[in-house]
Design a protein around this ligand. Structure first.
Ligand code: PHE
Ligand code: CO
Length: 287
């Protein structure tokens, strides 16, 4: 699928050309999908698992966007559009603002199963699309698109991008059964889906909009800090206010390093403090 870029239109959308995937490409999908299915039991949040089940994104092979769109459009009015790769920010925000999710259509090579720095179809579809089946998250993503266009015109895109990074891509959610994953960058990564919950090294901090806007991030390694929301409603409500004065407020404060912890941070206990793997936090209601 190397020449797709020449066919990209003004909104950068292309045809997925589902029939063109090779058996080897479907096999890569199956491998990744089955591995994540195993790892995400008891790790992915309920809303994600419900979305995935509702879509019927199968282990059988790379899905056809037309089939996914029939289901997704009926559920929340979102649609997947195919793009060749990362698109200009304004184009990306414009799609989100109109409830269109830009997804890549190429799949990583067999030697890239564990790590890829750019998004591919597995990350975009298995990581992002299931939560677009959830009405609250679906509205959050659209609001983010509208907010992106505004942030760009105000010159505060970097701060808004941090919000996307620490929620949509790498967010955790607190549930009665313990912490769960909703961030797509984690959900599509075998290593990080275990690391973010089970490893004592990273910080897990309570969601705080201004704090996140100040926090730098690294795109080339596991995160040093994850932010934990209480619910998607909390996330949506916290991001509903006009960011214009908040951007100005935050711009006056110093940036924070990815691993930095402040006295004001609400820290979730590291997994070691929760006892054994089957300790009280995890023993019940694992689904
Ligand atoms: N309320 C934000 C603004 O005024 C828009 C936004 C909503 C941004 C949700 C991100 C997520 O810019
Ligand atoms: Co992504």
């Amino acid at each position: 699928m190397g020449q797709v870029e020449c066919r990209a239109g003004e909104d950068f959308t292309i045809e997925q050309d589902w029939a063109a995937y090779s058996e080897a490409e479907h096999a890569v999908w199956r491998h990744l999908f089955e591995r994540q299915q195993r790892l995400l039991v008891g790790r992915a949040c309920r809303e994600y698992r419900e979305g995935l089940a509702g879509l019927g994104v199968a282990a059988s092979g790379i899905p056809d966007f037309r089939r996914l769109n029939d289901i997704l459009e009926r559920a929340t009015g979102w649609r997947i559009v195919a793009v060749p790769g990362l698109v200009p920010d304004a184009v990306f925000f414009g799609h989100l603002a109109n409830r269109r999710f830009p997804s890549t259509c190429f799949i990583r090579r067999p030697d890239q199963l564990d790590y890829l720095e750019e998004p591919d179809i597995f990350h975009d579809i298995v990581g992002h699309v299931p939560l677009l089946m959830n009405p609250v998250f679906a509205d959050y993503m659209q609001a983010y698109g509208v907010g992106g266009l505004k942030a760009q015109s105000l010159g505060h895109l970097e701060r808004l991008a941090r919000l996307y990074w620490y929620t949509v891509e790498f967010g955790l959610i607190a549930t009665a059964e313990g912490l769960r994953i909703y961030g797509s960058g984690i959900l599509s990564s075998a290593g990080e889906s275990v690391y973010c919950l089970d490893d004592p090294r990273p910080q897990r901090l309570g969601f705080d909009l201004r704090r996140i806007m100040r926090t730098r991030y690294r795109i080339d390694r596991f995160q040093e800090t994850y932010f934990v929301i209480a619910s998607f409603e909390q996330l949506f409500e916290a991001t509903r206010p006009d960011f214009t004065p908040i951007y100005r407020e935050v711009a006056a404060l110093p940036d924070l390093e990815p691993g930095q912890v402040l006295d004001s941070d609400r820290q979730f206990p590291p997994p070691a403090a929760l006892g054994q793997k089957n300790g009280p936090q995890q023993s019940s209601a694992q689904v």
